[in-house]
Design a protein around this ligand. Sequence first.
Ligand code: 4AD
Ligand code: MG
Length: 477
Amino acid sequence: MILRTEIATILKAPPIGETVTVMGWVRAWRGNRFMVLNDGSSAETLQVVVDGEQFDEETIRGIGFHAAVSVTGELVESQGAGQAVEVIAKELTILGKTDLSTYPLQPKRQTMEFLRENGQFRMRTNTFSSVFRLRHAVAFAINKYFNDRGFYYLHTPIITGNDAEGAGEMFRVTTFEPDSAPRDEAGAVDYGQDFFGKGTHLTVSGQLQAEIGALALGKVYTFGPTFRAENSNTSRHLAEFWMIEPEIAFADIDNDMDLAEDFCKYLITYCLENYLSDLEYLDARIVEAEKNLPKDKRRPMGLLEMLRFVVEDDFARITYTEAIDLIMRSKPYKKGRFEFPVSWGVDLQAEHERWLVEKHFKKPVIVRDYPKDIKAFYMRLNDDDKTVAAMDVLFPYIGEVIGGSQREEREDVLRQRMQEMGVHEEELAWYLQLRTFGGAPHAGFGLGFERMVQFITGMGNIRDVIPFPRAPRLADF
Ligand code: 4AD
Ligand code: MG
């Protein structure tokens, strides 16, 4: 059996004077004497003092960048600046060496693109190990938040026959070979003969099934992978991303907005309270990366400042109609600086969302009551007959992190909306029945997990907050 102490454990309450065994990867090897080790247990490293004379030459030569080593020695107070304690190596074993002449990573700043291509190693860098610890932290905090408040975690299917968002951006699931798929008399592929006896896809959202749960268990949430075949090659879109979708019965759009705001603040507070060393590292990294940029190209705020800004401010709440009005009266609009056109009825683009948040309100913004024509069929029609009880939560730097709504619980109105939007009743007979029998006002939302992790870590590209990103022309590992 292997016995070792994790570095985070040692640094939490350093057992000065005791002999410890640590195992980790070499982050730096300075002056042939100081080895900096990290084992993934936190962002912090442990310095090991190696007296070259004590070990054979091959062992010393084996201490390379990212080599895996085992060290046993006495933990002492450090003489040098920069660390409180260090280990004086008595035993040193190279568990796995790295040859720098062929190892893809080098001890210098590497581009994000390069690291993405070398995804088998990128988690060993300071940046990515912090990112993935925080990704875990957010996932854990999500489950804790809901569990502590009496929500039930509901697992909705990944393979489904319905397009919840009605946007047609789905990946088909089939066992047919493209060339030999059976065809019907009209020459169309006959999915009736396929594995499931009908056409199926990867889900774009677990919401419709979550509604089944809410209308029985009261408060549920889903947290799973979702898939969208939208050809958006942006720093905010993935083809495979994770979504958290709470669904609550006996609730309207105001309850929904309150839940969304409280939830966002909780997740960020949890990271600030439990993962500060990772956040501090990422904060400093952004300052360093942007130091040579002109001021107007730098981010509006430091990372920690931006996180506190979300936690400390009440979110502004406005209607879509007010948002359009504000944007059309804004300086960048009048000076023609927005790329996309604006008028009542169009969807807001990230540039408009970020203007509202960063320039106008200077705090997170919830926009509600969007035009019915640009939103999904299930959203509750408002009394004006033109808008629906939808809401989007907008953050600085990222734009939309949450999209949600009060659901249409009136069967006749829902049927009408489905007809207008070309949603087939036969496919969603069960969904309509939730209204026919024991329906109740209910609401929910979807938080894009990677968008939230991107916000909390400050990473510029959403592909760098998911271990193995899937995007157009990208499906490695
Ligand atoms: O706004 P969306 O499309 O809402 C829904 O899917 C609803 N069914 C949610 C609900 O009410 N239960 O997506 C929700 C969130 C967005 O706000 C965004 O943060 C994220 O999911 N999202 C994406 N994240 C990464 N890549 C993509 N391609 C995304 N599309 C949406
Ligand atoms: Mg949306």
